[in-house]
Ligand binder design. Structure first.
Ligand SMILES: C[S@@+](CC[C@H](N)C(=O)[O-])C[C@H]1O[C@@H](n2cnc3c(N)ncnc32)[C@H](O)[C@@H]1O
Length: 539
């Protein structure tokens, strides 16, 4: 395990770096060191040149899409056609043809509304006149079938916060933000909160869709909604959106310069997006943080999130400095970011360095789930930065649970929370039942730089297999009830939730039994059910 000040590089220690007392000086020293060992560090990326949209690539992907469609591999076909759309040069018939191809897959799977939208886009984007007859036939059939389209809902409607906190608009009035010297800012219950109660519903400051094809070609890069007919950015082949509104919001907030980076094939990064949005916000003189209202849509709150600078290793400082320098270099050379914003290079480096360090320990994975019987499958669609949820402490047996509606985060009590208790999440799911204490301690220090003092750690709770069994008979009855309710098409979801909530509220504090852990897990999984669902496009 690495600790502060440990020598990793014979030439420098983190203590030496921290003694410089300014981020800019730390970045400067690391940059100097890096240049000595590796002059022109960005040469390779530059040598690759700008990776623009390319009709040849679009054509290959369209052919792949058509092949997948013939083989009835519909999900793969959608991914290939969407990538073909992203690569097609605007104004060329390749774009129209790629939309036309995707409209066929959508038609085959009964997505008539989306199919009709793609047919319209194909026509608006130079779809060859000699082939238009086929498209018109599909349009007529899709219009005919449209009233019978079955819609699978990706998630239910967002619930409401019971009593909005006047000082924290995304949270309920059952909590407040407090600060202490040991763990910094935290969220504390100021009332007793019953299991299941919503404590916050938060929109992210920014999101970054995952890099896998089924993440980036099926989800909006601005709001993470599932979308089978994404539209591309006009300039780069990376960003894709579910609607013109998301496209223009993204461009307004961060893509105005992120786009130039995407053209050098940099992946979309939360820390970079955050800084680009923050710079724009500051330039437009957004509302100032006056210490009374904590807002999730303001850069000042984002900048206050812990960076753990004094505990960082040389390697982490080096990574942050490298990110800051590389993005500053590319934005200076290949974009009009500095003329657009009036920011100095030094200030941008400072902002990127700071944001890289804080994002590494505060980003949250956005999930979708599928519940079948008592098990739940999880897929991650991307990461997001939530300024309020970022304040929550870690606990290896946390009292809050998350669910996602698109990229909106809903935080609920996972068990009864007493007035005065700290509200917590289990960071990266390092929970006591699955990971032995030695593993958790190591991972939490390495990733988040603190020593956990939660009940499970302080009292050495054993992992699941070694816990007391608890009332197994009662538990088996509950499992049967859950299974029946989930398997029946007319299952009473709210009745089931009420039953399980009662069980969770009856759990006692202290070391849980196997049954207790399982009841809490089933409860949290049920709370996720109205949120993002894993839908099988090809079924
Ligand atoms: C996502 S931030 C939480 C908000 C942070 N306390 C702040 O002031 O911005 C994560 C950081 O909070 C601190 N932290 C979180 N859980 C903790 C715990 N159980 N004990 C001590 N420190 C904790 C660690 O410094 C960790 O890297």
């Amino acid at each position: 395990m690495l600790s502060p000040g440990e020598i990793e590089d014979p030439q420098i220690t983190s203590e030496q770096l921290l003694s410089l007392k300014s981020d800019l000086k730390i970045i400067g020293m690391l940059e100097e060191l890096s240049n000595k060992h590796c002059p022109a560090p960005f040469k390779d990326i530059e040598a690759g040149g700008k990776i623009s949209k390319c009709n040849d690539t679009s054509l290959k992907l369209r052919e792949e899409g058509a092949k997948m469609l013939r083989q009835k591999k519909y999900q793969k076909a959608i991914l290939a056609f969407t990538e073909s759309i992203a690569n097609a040069e605007p104004g060329s018939e390749y774009l129209g043809l790629a939309y036309g191809g995707r409209s066929e897959v959508l038609f085959e799977r009964g997505y008539y509304k989306e199919c009709l939208r793609d047919i319209q886009r194909a026509k608006e984007n130079n779809y060859p006149a000699e082939m238009i007859g086929k498209l018109e036939d599909r349009k007529a059939q899709a219009e005919h079938n449209l009233p019978n389209q079955e819609t699978q809902k990706y998630h239910e409607n967002l619930p409401n916060i019971p009593n909005i906190n006047p000082k924290i608009p995304c949270a309920s009035d059952s909590i407040e933000i407090q600060s202490n010297s040991e763990s910094g800012k935290q969220v504390v219950a100021i009332k007793d909160i019953p299991a299941g109660e919503i404590i916050a519903i938060e929109q992210p400051y920014v999101v970054a869709v995952g890099i896998g094809p089924s993440q980036k070609y099926l989800h909006c890069h601005e709001c993470l909604e599932l979308c089978y007919n994404l539209i591309p950015c006009q300039k780069c082949r990376t960003a894709l959106y579910c609607s013109e509104e998301c496209q223009s919001r993204a461009f307004e907030e961060y893509h105005y310069s992120e786009c130039d980076l995407c053209q050098y094939d940099f992946i979309e990064q939360i820390s970079v997006k955050t800084v680009l949005r923050g710079v724009k916000e500051s330039a437009s003189n957004g509302t100032q943080f006056d210490g009374t209202v904590y807002r999730s849509d303001r850069f000042e709150e984002v900048q206050e999130i812990e960076t753990n600078k004094e505990k960082r290793t040389v390697r982490e400082f080096f990574e942050a400095a490298n990110e800051a320098c590389i993005y500053t270099y590319f934005l200076k050379k290949y974009s009009d970011f500095f003329t657009k914003t009036g920011l100095s290079e030094e200030r941008l480096k400072e902002l990127l360095f700071h944001q890289y360090l804080s994002t590494s320990s505060s980003k949250i994975s956005v999930e979708k789930t599928k519940k079948s019987s008592v098990n739940t499958e999880f897929h991650v669609m991307g990461d997001a930065l939530y300024p309020f949820a970022s304040l929550l402490k870690h606990d290896c047996y946390a009292n809050l649970t998350t669910s996602f509606f698109g990229s909106s985060l809903v935080l609920r009590a996972a068990k009864d929370i007493k007035k005065g208790e700290s509200c917590s999440l289990t960071y990266r799911n390092y929970n006591f039942a699955e990971f032995p204490k030695v593993v958790r301690t190591h991972q939490l220090w390495q990733n988040f730089h603190f020593n956990c003092k939660c009940d499970a750690c302080e009292n050495n709770w054993p992992i699941f297999d070694c816990l007391n069994p608890g009332n197994t008979e009662q538990y088996l009855k509950l499992v049967e009830t859950v299974q029946k309710a989930l398997e029946s098409p007319s299952g009473d979801a709210s009745g089931l939730l009420k039953t399980v909530t009662k069980k969770v509220r009856a759990l006692s504090s202290g070391e849980p039994t196997k049954v207790d852990v399982n009841i809490k897990r089933i409860f949290c999984d049920l709370l996720k059910m109205p949120g993002n669902k894993i839908l099988e496009f090809y079924l």
